[in-house]
Design a protein around this ligand. Structure first.
Ligand SMILES: CC(C)(COP(=O)(O)OP(=O)(O)OC[C@H]1O[C@@H](n2cnc3c(N)ncnc32)[C@H](O)[C@@H]1OP(=O)(O)O)[C@@H](O)C(=O)NCCC(=O)NCCS
Length: 315
């Protein structure tokens, strides 16, 4: 470690300082604007489900860089760097390198054998490193990470009345009603049934994301049902107010228009909350979102991986 930089583990009382640094250090305005939600998602809320360790880099008592890391999965063998950010005036002084090295050692101490620079669902800020954070990609490569996947979001434009993302759902809902399908906003009491439906139909666990969407400000969920049987759901806001997802329609009900209705109901809520563009996160069925909401692929993320054995051998 160089003489001037010190690293300290931060506790949750420092969340507002970490948020303040992220507001200055996340170069993409859409991320800086949601820094408060990102820190809450990755740290305050995630700590209930997983081990989260947060580090601050200091120069002369000034917080100049932050890193949020976590260990996921039942076996704890995979560590994640969920966020790393260095103040713009302090870049290229080795602070990012120091923070990531520190996190790698802390994650190894927790039993991790590899580290991912990639989202750790259900509490994630991004699927991976946005390609426009090019210095972060250079940092990953400099530290021996290799790219193993690519992910992308789609953007739905909510900024003008005629946007295809804001097309009325009325006619489609009337057609569905004719088939006995009703659509409504989900309530917190729907959570157990929604989580069970998602698990049984799609395999993975969306429990935490659904829980994060129900009964919280800046978030919501809509569902479709027939005779009390769930046929689909769409949720938004669990990780970030402007982000849409997850959603799912029962395979037997696919093609009936349920998905498009649920999607646009969520997007209408997000617009009513003042959001100008919604991010459909970590997509998924591109043609569906393109058709149903005129969404376009925009944010692209590289996901990185590094074996910690390699780190230990290199040292
Ligand atoms: C990515 C980020 C954290 C890097 O922090 P940093 O303290 O400037 O990084 P370091 O000084 O430790 O750089 C270590 C190495 O990474 C590489 N690197 C970092 N920034 C680079 C750049 N702009 N161009 C080329 N290489 C770069 C270099 O190899 C560098 O080593 P070197 O300076 O000896 O050549 C910082 O640019 C940042 O905060 N960016 C905005 C937030 C962000 O992108 N976060 C990632 C998304 S979670």
């Amino acid at each position: 470690m160089d003489a001037e930089t010190t690293v300290a583990e931060l506790t949750i009382e420092r969340a507002s300082e970490v948020t303040g640094l992220c507001q200055q250090a996340l170069d993409l305005p859409e991320d800086a604007a949601e820094a408060r939600s990102l820190v809450a998602t990755l740290w305050e809320r995630a700590s209930d489900d997983r081990t989260v360790r947060v580090f601050g880099a200091y120069r002369d008592d000034e917080l100049v860089g932050v890193l949020i890391s976590s260990v996921a999965g039942a076996d704890g063998r995979t560590g994640h760097v969920d966020l790393v950010a260095v103040h713009p005036r302090r870049r290229r002084q080795g602070i990012g390198r120091i923070l990531v090295g520190h996190a790698e050692r802390a994650l190894a101490d927790l039993g991790a054998v590899e580290v991912l620079l990639a989202g750790n669902p259900p509490h994630y800020a991004w699927p991976g490193v946005d390609v426009r954070y090019t210095p972060a990609i250079c940092l990953a490569l400099a530290l021996g990470y290799t790219q193993d996947r690519t992910a992308w979001n789609m953007t739905a434009d909510l900024s003008y009345d005629g946007s295809p993302a804001l097309r009325s759902t009325q006619a489609a809902e009337a057609r569905l009603a004719g088939q006995g399908v009703s659509v409504r906003r989900a309530e917190p009491a729907d959570l157990p049934a929604l989580a069970a439906f998602a698990r049984a139909t799609f395999g993975g666990s969306w429990d935490a994301e659904l829980a994060g969407s129900l009964g919280r400000p800046d978030a919501g969920c809509h569902l479709a049902e027939r005779d009390g049987e769930l046929l689909g759901f769409a949720a938004y806001g669990s990780s970030r107010p402007s982000w849409f997802g997850p959603m799912g329609t029962a395979p037997a009900a696919e093609g009936s228009g349920i998905g498009g209705v649920l999607l646009r109901r969520c997007l209408a809520d997000q617009r009513a909350a003042g959001i100008g563009t919604a991010q459909i996160g970590w997509v998924g069925p591109v043609p569906f979102y393109s058709r149903s909401a005129g969404a376009r692929i925009e944010r692209v993320f590289f996901l990185y991986r590094k074996s910690l054995d390699q780190t230990m051998t290199d040292e």
